[in-house]
Design a protein around this ligand. Structure first.
Ligand code: MN
Ligand code: MN
Length: 365
């Protein structure tokens, strides 16, 4: 029997819990992917690049795309069959349109620090507005999301016989003569006019739940080592399958030792320099350093911390594949147990624990 098991049924072989194939080896694979340093895939009006299981095999539960749109450039109407989409706007402004199964459609503008969430399968588009390029990080709750999972309107319409389109839309078949025959993905266009301050009576049907959450604008939780803004379904009701967070950690500050019982964590580093050790059980741990443009991954249940090892503030965005935020810290766990138990557990005198914190501090200095 392999060491570390909790009972006779443990074989060390899959399936045993949340760990997926790349995480079942004797050693932990790298949990860092240099997305920012990867080549941009140029598109008409912007660029994109992605981190999926294809180039970052550990991230089977979450994937990401970094994208930039020039003003007017349109990420065309599309949906994702196998993933919800969560996004954080890093810079610039964009406009989003959505449609849900009730036929409700929200059109909203997004700026730096804003978050959107599109439920799996809901139709949407994204267009750069304003005068500067708009950059955002998209995070999907399926590491395989891009493998035949993204459905674009041009690709679809281009593959339906024109006489069927004519019947469907009640227009002449010749209407479709110059439509694209394959996926456009991204296309340049004019910057749309501002949304009306006072919409025409009867012109809106946005649905009960908004797709926009102003994360950076929220009052953060403040700690000695930095600030944290969390957006779960509690704060952002439409976000049923994902939670996000914005962390700012001071130089020397630490996001303390913790784990997430219910979710994997996908990280995108915006600014600063970090160190993370991910503990994967069975004597396995991996310490790596992260900088701007890097993606980090902490699988469900794996212990980790994030330390700012640079001279400047560290800023990163997190996304979890569960709408409820759950976290357990080592500090809280120590404080929840008698010092005598801890002394026995670690084989040291009880006094060793005399000055341990009585309360957790999610971000100590
Ligand atoms: Mn999308
Ligand atoms: Mn975490």
């Amino acid at each position: 029997m392999a060491a570390g098991g909790d009972g006779d049924s443990y074989t060390g072989q899959p399936p045993y819990g949340p760990m997926t194939a790349p995480l079942q080896g004797k050693d932990l694979p790298s949990l860092r992917y240099a997305l920012g340093a990867a080549p941009n895939i140029p598109r008409d009006g912007g660029w994109s690049k992605e981190a999926t299981v294809r180039n970052f095999p550990v991230s089977e539960k979450l994937a990401g795309v970094l994208m930039q749109l020039d003003p007017g450039a349109l990420r065309e109407l599309h949906w994702h069959a196998n993933a919800a989409e969560w996004a954080y706007v890093i810079k610039g402004r964009c406009r989003v349109t959505t449609i849900d199964p009730q036929g409700c459609c929200e059109i909203a503008d997004f700026g730096e620090g804003d978050v959107w969430y599109f439920p799996r399968g809901h139709g949407h588009s994204i267009q750069g507005i304003g005068t500067e390029p708009c950059e955002f990080i998209l995070i999907f709750d399926n590491g395989y999301f891009s493998e035949f999972g993204t459905f674009s309107i041009t690709d679809w319409i281009g593959h339906v016989p024109p006489d069927v389109l004519a019947k469907n839309f009640a227009v002449p078949a010749s209407t479709f003569a110059d439509f694209p025959k394959q996926e456009v993905y991204l296309v340049k266009g004019p910057v749309p006019p501002p949304l009306p301050d006072n919409p025409t009576p009867g012109s809106l049907n946005p649905g009960a739940l908004t797709h926009r959450f102003r994360l950076l604008a929220q009052k953060p939780q403040e700690f000695p080592g930095g600030t944290m803004r969390i957006v779960s379904q509690k704060e952002f009701p439409i976000s049923a399958t994902m939670t996000g967070a914005l962390l700012r950690i001071k130089p020397g500050g630490l996001r303390e030792l913790h784990w997430h019982p219910n979710a994997d964590e996908w990280q995108y580093y915006i600014k600063g320099k970090a160190r993370m050790t991910v503990f994967g059980s069975g004597g396995r741990a991996r310490t790596e350093e992260y900088g701007p443009g890097d993606v980090g991954y902490a699988p469900q249940g794996f212990g980790h911390y994030i330390e700012n090892i640079g001279d400047d503030e560290l800023e990163l965005v997190l996304a979890f594949n569960d709408g409820e935020y759950q976290s357990i810290s080592a500090t809280a766990w120590f404080a929840a147990n008698p010092a005598e138990l801890l002394a026995t557990n670690f084989g040291v005198p009880t006094e060793a624990f005399a000055n341990f914190p009585k309360d957790e501090t999610p971000m100590p200095e």
